[in-house]
Design a protein around this ligand. Structure first.
Ligand SMILES: Nc1ncnc2c1ncn2[C@@H]1O[C@H](COP(=O)(O)OP(=O)(O)O)[C@@H](O)[C@H]1O
Ligand SMILES: [Mg+2]
Length: 315
């Protein structure tokens, strides 16, 4: 292995700062165990100065959410000529905007739940609220209301009836300028992680209680257990992994990513919810669990991610 000087970018100002600090600390430890020369950088006003001082050969981007996962920090790294882990600017932009990603999938014929998206301006200045009834008729209840560009389930609500929709929309607008109403898929929740050009074993998130419409209950620590590899049978496993690889390719992802899917109860149809270009790397995160199930230790995973980021000629 080549010993490299690596900057780990973590923290930042996004709402997922705490998760990122945990991902980043764990990545730093792994890189040190692998023998690399590591500089941790909590991303702030002095980012460019610190990167210039550190002059790393590679930046490991362990940021989640806004500014970290949406192509902004990647653009800076491009300007500075520093190779970096995970996807490039355009893929980050496509994936961090769930609405843009879903349009790309729908245009390409990849299954994603039906949806309609509006900006706050459309509600304030174009009377979009008057179209809600028509949307609800098409999507049927429950509908999922979510901001276009957040992660970690922030601002997402399930609306069981028309009366729940306005408050859910207002809540979602507090996270984003654009909000989407999406058909609710009743079924099993799957996450397919991709490393390099391979899909790893699938993780299933299993709610402990059948609390399908109570989002906060479902996402409270301890209420969900993770099963990996998910018990799906060979056929469904291959279909879900193939679909995740198609999404990865379509959106132009690189290095690694995690694609979130729903497997609909009864029909066995798969639907893509979103692709995450920088999925969590904490002790409880899904990508490390999937790697582990494939026999790839956390340190090996981090080492492979770094090698995938370095231009082949320099390796
Ligand atoms: N259309 C949907 N049908 C059923 N469950 C959904 C739907 N959209 C989101 N969810 C639930 O909400 C979670 C988070 O949604 P997701 O779109 O992946 O956003 P994020 O992970 O960025 O917050 C999903 O993992 C799933 O449990
Ligand atoms: Mg998700």
């Amino acid at each position: 292995m080549t010993r490299r000087r690596i900057a780990v970018l973590k923290g930042g100002r996004s709402l997922e700062r705490q998760v990122s600090l945990r991902s980043g600390a764990r990545v730093e430890d792994a890189l040190e165990r692998l023998g690399h020369d590591v500089v941790g950088i909590d991303v702030g006003h002095d980012l460019v100065v610190r990167l210039r001082d550190a002059a790393p050969e590679v930046a490991f981007v362990a940021l989640h959410g806004r500014d970290g996962e949406d192509g902004i920090v990647q653009e800076l790294l491009e300007v500075l000529g520093i190779p970096y882990t995970s996807s490039g600017v355009s893929a980050c932009m496509r994936c961090s905007d769930k609405v843009a990603a879903k349009h790309a999938m729908r245009d390409a014929g990849l299954p994603t739940p039906d949806f309609y998206a509006f900006t706050e301006t459309a509600f304030k200045e174009m009377g979009a609220g008057d179209a809600l009834g028509a949307i609800e008729d098409r999507l049927r209840f429950p509908v999922v209301v979510k901001p276009a560009d957040q992660g970690s389930a922030l601002g997402i609500r399930f609306a069981a009836a028309a009366a729940d929709v306005p408050a859910a929309i207002v809540a979602a607008f507090s996270y984003s300028e654009k909000v989407m109403l999406e058909r609710h898929v009743h079924g099993r929740e799957l996450a397919v992680s991709i490393l390099g050009d391979e899909a790893l074993p699938i993780v299933e998130a299993v709610p402990r209680e059948e609390d399908f419409y109570d989002f906060s209950a479902r996402y409270t620590i301890g209420r969900t257990t993770f099963v990996c590899p998910a018990e799906l049978g060979d056929d469904l496993t291959a279909r879900a992994q193939g679909l995740a690889l198609d999404v990865f390719g379509l959106l132009g992802c690189r290095g690694f990513a995690r694609v979130d899917l729903m497997l609909e109860k009864g029909t066995y149809d798969l639907y893509v919810l979103e692709a995450n270009v920088i999925p969590g790397l904490t002790e409880t995160s899904l990508l490390p669990q999937a790697a582990e199930a494939a026999g790839i230790s956390f340190d090996d995973l981090i080492g492979r991610i770094v090698e995938l980021a370095v231009p082949a000629a320099a390796a």
